[in-house]
Write a protein that binds this ligand. Sequence first.
Ligand code: FES
Length: 119
Amino acid sequence: MSQTWIKVGALDDIPRLGARVIRGPRVNIAVFRTGNDEVFALEDRCPHKGGPLSQGIVFGRRVACPLHEWVLELKTGDAVAPDIGCTRAYPVRIDDGIIWLSLVAQRRSAADCVSAVSA
Ligand code: FES
């Protein structure tokens, strides 16, 4: 499947340790900016009970969900042990200070997540 990139906006439009939500017809995607100006994108839905990850606290390359404080890896969407689960991660890139997002998720479903965890 070819990869189509959509323009999110300027890196500087997202505050460090903050996030911006891209709303779609089926999923909302949270685009996060770390303290080191790295950018990651996850479905804006916690694998625990659906909390809005975009409202969470970013630290390092992780985000803590605002509802019950599960911690997820920004790069993969994997929950950090002892919690088990994941949310979809999406490719992002930065060109000349502009963030681009691909809607081709790196994993398709929670089932992929379970198999990835047990693999
Ligand atoms: S909904 Fe995210 S930790 Fe519970």
